[in-house]
Design a binder for this molecule. Sequence first.
Ligand SMILES: Cc1ncc(COP(=O)(O)O)c(C=O)c1O
Length: 391
Amino acid sequence: MGSRDSYLARRLRPFTTTIFATMSELAADTGAVNLGQGFPDTDGPAELREVAVAAIREGHNQYAPGAGTPELRRAVAAHQRAWYGLDLDPETEVLVTVGATEAIAAVMLALCEPGDEVVMFEPTYDSYAACAAMAGAVPRLVRLHPPGWSFRPEDLEAAFGPRTKLVLLNSPHNPTGKVFSQEELEQVAALCRAHDVLAATDEVYEHLVFDGAHVPLATLPGMAERTLTISSGGKTFSFTGWKVGWVCAAAPLVAAVRAAKQFLTYTSPAPFQLAVAHGLGLPPETLRTFATELAAKRDVLCDGLAALGYEVFRPSATYFATTDIAPVAPGLRAEEFCLALPRRCGVVAIPSSVFYDPADPDAGRTLVRWAFCKREPVLRDALGRLASWGP
Ligand SMILES: Cc1ncc(COP(=O)(O)O)c(C=O)c1O
């Protein structure tokens, strides 16, 4: 009998990092505190939950329009204008997706020909290389270096070539928590313009910034027409299970992405779209409060890890902090450390090596990512448990 799976499934298998499932299973088996996957342990605003519940009760339970409900498309356009001064036509320049995850996949499928190259910064969020593979495209990785997670401009320049189709930029960045500076964004934009390359930006942590400011690439000169801006409501409002995302771009680009989205999921869940639309209309101070609360959690975790001897790369944004474990666990690789941690200390974390090219087994070998989007007593409990790590 021939192979039961397809060429694509086999090609995708190396990207299906089972580490998240393994770690969640280990957390369940050992009763460990789970600082692995990035989801909060408390829900977002009750008022948004009520909008979703009311939407279900009021009968918003059939297919929403393929491009998204008019309420959410208008709310996204209004949000981009109010926060960033970007003008979008909600009819043609906003597409609602099933989370940012579907947006990333649909963008790759819609824009890349087999063999096209996609420039991305490494460590990379885990869906990027897999989505490139689905489209037959090839990642060109530009390494970010700790402690500041900066890239060498010459590395970025060298990643652009005749086959470059797209730059996929994630800022604020998972797993490092880096917010790309204006100067770095200008370098990316200059290369996009010089090589006539499109950009897709993953901005799901746009409202979870503690230090510095988030600047969408689309606001830089000449970039609005060549940038597809992706975001979602999951992180902003602490409802990661709702999976409502969007893509904003010039009408022809949105039309191309919509063609791919139509045959992936056709449309996104109607009640949650209405709730996220409501959320985007919350006063800016409310959104800033979410970041302030999260910054306090970042400080609890980062200060605690530093006190335990870890080298901490304090993030400027997101849900995650990265540490070098070498001072605490000399000679141990991040995977070994993370597999031992649940049983030895009752804590789960993610080895950052999973965010690097598997062809480079030494990349990120002593880096570990910890999620701090948890209640403060949970973080303090985890830190107490970690104190028992010993030789
Ligand atoms: C960088 C990044 N992009 C996209 C996503 C997924 O977003 P969504 O849940 O909206 O699909 C995540 C979730 O962890 C993420 O960290």
